[in-house]
Write a protein that binds this ligand. Structure first.
Ligand code: NAD
Ligand code: DAU
Length: 345
């Protein structure tokens, strides 16, 4: 039985939030979820389709709307905060919504949690730590070859997106120290799985191939991301909520480092194409080189272990999901691609 019977999940109609809500419905039968989601371009009611009304309620609204947030917070035992503007490329075009949601929105939620003295978990990203050098650029047995992010890593964000996430983390830390807020933070690596918006790397390439468009690789494709299955992220957040120490930072990752070229070639081969059948396009400005998570503190202190660690299998399942759910993404495909095309991407 959980001590958190009614949780308020912000951004619960987005990719990771919706997978978390689905995980709760399946694994935590005594927990009721209120989702607060603005349904921006990245939010979709369909991500919660089929979930029972006696377990999940969707409230459409903005996390920066103080009156609404305070009203919802007063009936909740905990806030799990996923809502964000989440795409680096969009933040390079227009940072404003990132400031409003990621900073002002987080501030509004923190004030509500403080007023009603409720547990707060802040979902954040490994990108707050900036990037690591590529392993191949380091001397053979040199310093830093195996370096990964830890909860002690220095904040060094690169983009408007990651800097607003870093700022939101710092707000949470300050609310813990100054006001005694019962909060924890998780910083997680790149997620993959169903319901991810088709602007993001893996779904973009899968849906390109289905649509007869050549996949697009930024730069030389050597950039490394540390992939984790979205359901392992969900179980990790729950473990932190229940067992994490107040004021602590926990990293979630599954030792899934792969460079973008490797991932793209695997997708192409899995979908029956030649592995070279893609285009190099303009690189992202300020493109982070490598992310890598050391999740040993989370594993040893909380006993959390990722379950879905076979990336090749998880990728096949994800491809299948986009093939089986074309109604979910087809209507948006042309617009997403025309935005990228206008930037030579
Ligand atoms: P997403 O863009 O798919 O979903 C974001 C959700 O937040 C959407 O449903 C959107 O409608 C909602 N939202 C946006 N602005 C809002 C506002 N002002 N008020 C209420 N709702 C609002 O993002 P995601 O990939 O699911 O990421 C969720 C969280 O996890 C973010 O905080 C992100 O920084 C973090 N994160 C993401 C990854 C990743 O790989 N995608 C990895 C680590 C951490
Ligand atoms: O590390 C966690 C972060 O992972 C989260 O905080 C972000 O919310 C999430 O979007 C993700 O950020 P990335 O920028 O790493 O993800 P994206 O899917 O945009 O890109 C993954 C990599 O693929 C990155 O190196 C850029 C590259 N890329 C991306 C696209 C869209 C391509 O080569 N081609 C593409 O078409």
């Amino acid at each position: 039985m959980s001590e958190y019977k009614h949780i308020l999940v912000t951004g619960g109609a987005g990719f990771i939030g919706a997978n978390f809500v689905r995980w709760i419905v399946e694994n935590k039968p005594d927990v009721f979820v209120t989702v607060l989601d603005k349904l921006t371009y990245a939010g979709n009611k369909a991500n919660l389709a089929g979930l029972p009304e006696n377990r999940v309620k969707l409230v459409v609204g903005d996390i920066a709307d103080k009156e609404l947030v305070f009203n919802l917070a007063k009936d909740a035992d905990a806030i799990i905060h996923y809502a964000a503007e989440s795409h680096n490329d969009n933040s390079l075009k227009d940072p404003e919504p990132f400031i409003m949601t990621n900073l002002v929105g987080t501030y509004t939620l923190l004030e509500a949690a403080r007023k009603y003295d409720i547990r707060f978990h802040h979902v954040s990203t490994d990108e707050v730590y900036g990037d690591l050098p590529l392993r191949e650029d380091l001397p053979e047995h040199g310093e830093g070859k195996g370096e990964k992010f830890t909860p002690e890593s220095k904040y060094n964000p690169s983009s408007p997106y990651s800097s607003t996430k870093a700022g939101s983390d710092l707000l949470v830390r300050a609310w813990v120290r100054s006001f005694g807020l019962k909060a924890t933070i998780s910083n997680t690596s790149n997620n993959y799985g169903p319901y991810q918006h088709i602007e993001k790397f893996i779904p973009r390439q899968i849906t390109n191939i289905i649509s007869g468009i050549k996949p697009k690789l930024y730069g030389d494709g050597k950039n490394v991301r540390d992939w984790i299955n979205v359901l392992d992220h969900a179980s990790g957040v729950w473990a932190i909520l229940e067992k994490g120490k107040i004021g602590e930072v926990y990293l979630l990752g599954a030792n899934g480092e792969k460079n973008n070229k490797e991932v793209l070639e695997t997708i192409l081969e899995d979908m029956g194409k030649d592995k070279d059948d893609y285009e190099h396009v303009n690189d992202r400005a300020g493109h982070d080189l490598r992310y890598a998570i050391d999740a040993s503190k989370t594993r040893s202190e909380l006993g959390w272990e990722p379950k879905y660690t076979n990336f090749a299998e998880g990728l096949k399942d994800t491809i299948q999901w986009y093939e089986d759910n074309q109604d979910w993404w087809q209507a948006e495909k042309a617009e997403v691609e025309s935005k990228y095309a206008s930037k030579g991407q």
